[in-house]
Ligand binder design. Structure first.
Ligand code: OGA
Ligand code: MN
Length: 276
């Protein structure tokens, strides 16, 4: 169940909503004001930073570093829901107007691979024709899911939702509850600009933990976390925080500027699910 992409009009004042407001790029203005959006001066001091954990000698309560055979990058695991560190569509186009590809690309918010998700009914529509998830992505997800399941169990990637984020886009707090077997993890891959990820509890009233997700990070939503509200209130597109230089360094050709411009202003999240 996905929350609204932008929930400014909602009167609810849950702990999750307050955390979203705290981190989003622009301050909320009262509805129908014509004022320009005002940047939110967010204090990021208490966002869990896995890079900082790697460099520090002091462990953080509830977060464990695991080493997985065959992977050269560290794996972090929340054994339980950690204590929070805080107190607190593609729009229809005019029919005959010609619209540039880059404008359309910016309006693209999500796509699906494999089984198709019906966003109005909020369930998977098994009758819709679809292609399989690309084999390499499927293999990667299967391998990544292993540490989140009892030994010998297999993860069957059947659907992937691909979210595209621009500078002021957010993904509202939600649960992913349309898959039959919650003992199977969701494998979530982050690419592009760094983001803040909020992991709450089973109620929106639970204060979420905030953490940075960087390009190349993979999150396994597993165990108790599979039942927890989560969302992305903010991505960073400024040079200091985006952390995309390694990605950009791979595109140096003269014709690559549209790709590098896109990378500097975007985050892509691919989350892979076993549906049945
Ligand atoms: C989702 C989701 C998280 C992210 O699409 O269900 O939770 O990191 N995405 O974008
Ligand atoms: Mn989700």
């Amino acid at each position: 169940m996905y929350g609204a992409q932008s929930t400014d009009e909602e009167p609810e004042r849950t702990a999750f909503r307050l955390a979203e407001k705290r981190y989003k790029l622009y301050k909320s203005l009262p509805p129908k004001t014509r004022k320009k959006p005002v940047l939110n001066q967010t204090d990021l001091f208490d966002v869990v930073d896995f890079h900082a954990i790697l460099e520090s000698v002091d462990p953080i309560d509830g977060i464990f570093r695991l080493d997985c055979p065959g992977f050269d990058r560290p794996v972090f695991c929340f054994r339980d829901r950690p204590e929070s560190n805080a107190n607190t569509s593609v729009e229809a186009q005019g029919s005959f107007k010609s619209v540039s590809a880059s404008t359309l690309l910016r309006k693209l918010r999500w796509g699906t691979l494999g089984l198709q998700f019906n966003w109005s009914k909020r369930n998977y529509d098994f009758t819709l024709p679809h292609n399989k998830i690309p084999e390499k992505l499927c293999q990667l997800a299967k391998e990544m899911a292993i540490p989140a399941m009892p030994s010998g169990e297999e993860f069957q990637p059947e659907a992937a939702i691909v979210n595209y984020f621009g500078p002021s886009d957010m993904l509202g707090g939600h649960l992913d509850d349309m898959e039959a077997d919650w003992s199977k993890p969701i494998v979530s891959i982050s690419l592009g600009c760094k983001a803040i990820f909020l992991l709450g509890g089973t109620s929106r009233e639970d204060v979420p933990v905030s953490m940075f997700l960087r390009s190349g990070d993979i999150v396994l939503m597993a165990g108790k976390a599979r039942e927890c509200f989560h969302g992305v209130p903010r991505i960073f597109t400024d040079d200091k925080h985006a952390e995309v230089s390694v990605l950009l360094s791979q595109f140096s050709g003269e014709d690559d500027c549209c790709i590098t411009d896109y990378i500097k202003n975007s985050r892509i999240n691919i989350n892979i699910r076993q549906v049945n």
